[in-house]
Design a protein around this ligand. Structure first.
Ligand code: ARG
Length: 460
């Protein structure tokens, strides 16, 4: 018999290279604490079902807690020969308490253990991510409030479009983060289903109290389907998808920060402590932190695709391929957490160059929509107003004038509907005032958005 938990039917020693090729302990040891927590509860359920005696349970508990302590202190040695975290811990328990250790595996399969551990691990990581998101939102709100009076040209197609409050623009990322936060709350509902009692896939052959195990571990209920519970990685894929969405937003924010820090824009400056220089060009100050957030977006997007591709085409129920779910998941988590932290620091340190930004408000006919809207209030259908305004813009452009620099006679040569009033319409303030609509860029609207977002984050 082979010295493996599953060695009974084997005649030959396991190949060393095969062992290295198939091991997962090098990366799944991170699940050790979840594994111990789940094992303690599984032991309690065996005790409740009369499968373990009190003495046996207490021995198991003592052994597991000792192992936990050793891992925390860094003196526990995980061995590749023991394949994965589950086998490593079982073997270590055996070394401490002998044969009774093996009773813990009664009716249990690694197939359910690994998904239970993953779910428990993700509960913790989900909480950490929520805190990071709330910090990021808080920082964005604070920055938006600090620059409440800055008006910038808003862009579509990266062309000047309409005036917008800087606070409105930057808080778009806070709103995105609020939605990601909400996504996490919804994802938790599906995460918090306990696989314990599913066994290999067919359900446990011993009458264990699944609801008891679920509640003890902080799940909301037992997973209702033993085959799906061990086969699926839906909860990991969903989490990685949320991480990817977060990274896409961070990547877009980074792209804007990078652009805005160019001498061409010069809208903002980022602190020296988050930039690096060049090894050859002494004058350089590069926004590497933002560039790397943008770059790391590719990693997490790749992690999501890696996991989805892994799952596609797998027959039910458990297949060893599923072991490869962990590296992309873990990498996605570490990368997103670090990027969120970096982005928060960048926003905190960001300085806005109000003078420079506002110098662009005179360019690019940002108020053309106001002129069209004005004509609408005089009774012109919007398409006609749009067309006419287009002509006026071209006329002004050909003469090197801004809209507000045209004379009344010039305006009236296009339409007799235009009166002296038009000059009050063609101001930035008027354009902002007209947008005191819920979610709009009016000063009061933005203030009240920021206030309600602050209230929202205080709830959590
Ligand atoms: N290390 C395995 C994984 O991560 C644990 C489950 C192993 N199950 C099995 N039947 N070999 O998926």
């Amino acid at each position: 018999m082979l010295d493996k938990a599953w060695g009974g039917r084997f005649r030959e020693e396991t190949d060393k290279f095969f062992e290295e090729f198939t091991e997962s302990v090098s990366f799944d040891k991170i699940l050790a604490f979840a594994e111990i927590k789940a094992s303690l509860v599984y032991g309690k359920a065996l005790l409740k079902a009369g499968i373990l005696t009190r003495e046996e349970y207490f021995l198991i508990e003592k052994g597991l807690l000792e192992i936990e302590k050793e891992i925390k202190e860094g003196c526990f040695v995980f061995k590749v020969e023991q394949e994965d975290v589950h086998m490593n811990l079982e073997k270590a328990l055996f070394e401490r308490i002998g044969d009774i250790a093996y009773k813990l595996h009664t009716g249990r399969s690694r197939n359910e253990q690994v998904v239970t551990d993953l779910r428990l691990y993700l509960m913790d990581e989900g909480e950490k991510l929520k805190i990071l998101l709330l910090n990021f939102i808080e920082t964005l709100i604070t920055k938006a409030e600090a620059y409440m009076d800055v008006v910038m040209p808003g862009f579509t197609h990266l062309q000047h479009a309409q005036p917008v409050l800087f606070s409105h623009w930057i808080s778009a990322y806070a709103e995105g983060s609020r939605l990601h936060f909400e996504r996490l709350l919804d994802w938790e509902k599906r995460l918090k289903l306990s696989p314990l009692g599913s066994s290999a896939f067919a359900g446990c052959g011993f009458p264990l109290d699944r609801t008891f195990m679920a509640k003890e571990l902080g799940f909301s209920a037992p997973h209702p389907h033993s085959v799906y519970a061990v086969s699926s990685r839906d909860f990991s894929a969903e989490f990685l998808f949320i991480l990817t969405l977060i990274m896409l937003d961070l990547s877009r924010l980074s792209e804007e920060l990078i652009l805005w820090m160019t001498p061409e824009f010069a809208f903002i400056d980022l602190p020296d402590r988050f930039c690096s220089g060049s090894s050859i060009m002494p004058q350089k100050k590069n926004p590497d932190s933002a560039e790397l957030i943008r770059g790391k977006g590719a990693i997490v997007l790749g992690n999501l695709f890696q996991l989805l591709t892994l799952i596609k085409n797998l027959p039910l129920s458990y297949n060893r391929d599923l072991q490869e779910d962990k590296p992309p998941l873990f990498q996605g988590i570490v990368t997103t957490q670090a990027s969120l932290k970096m982005a928060t620091l960048l926003i905190e340190g960001l300085k806005v160059n109000q003078k420079r930004i506002e110098s662009f408000l005179k360019e690019g006919y940002l108020l053309a929509t106001e002129l069209a809207d004005y004509l609408v209030t005089k009774g012109l259908p919007f398409r006609e107003a749009h067309h006419l305004t287009g002509k006026i813009v071209r006329f002004a452009e050909e003469r090197g004038k801004k809209l507000e620099e045209l004379s009344l006679a010039e305006f009236q040569s296009f339409s007799p509907l235009i009166t002296e009033e038009i000059y009050t319409w063609l101001t930035i303030e008027h354009s902002l005032k007209r947008r005191e609509i819920l979610g709009g860029t009016g000063r009061e609207a933005v203030k009240s958005y920021l206030n309600s977002l602050r209230e929202y984050i205080l709830k959590w």
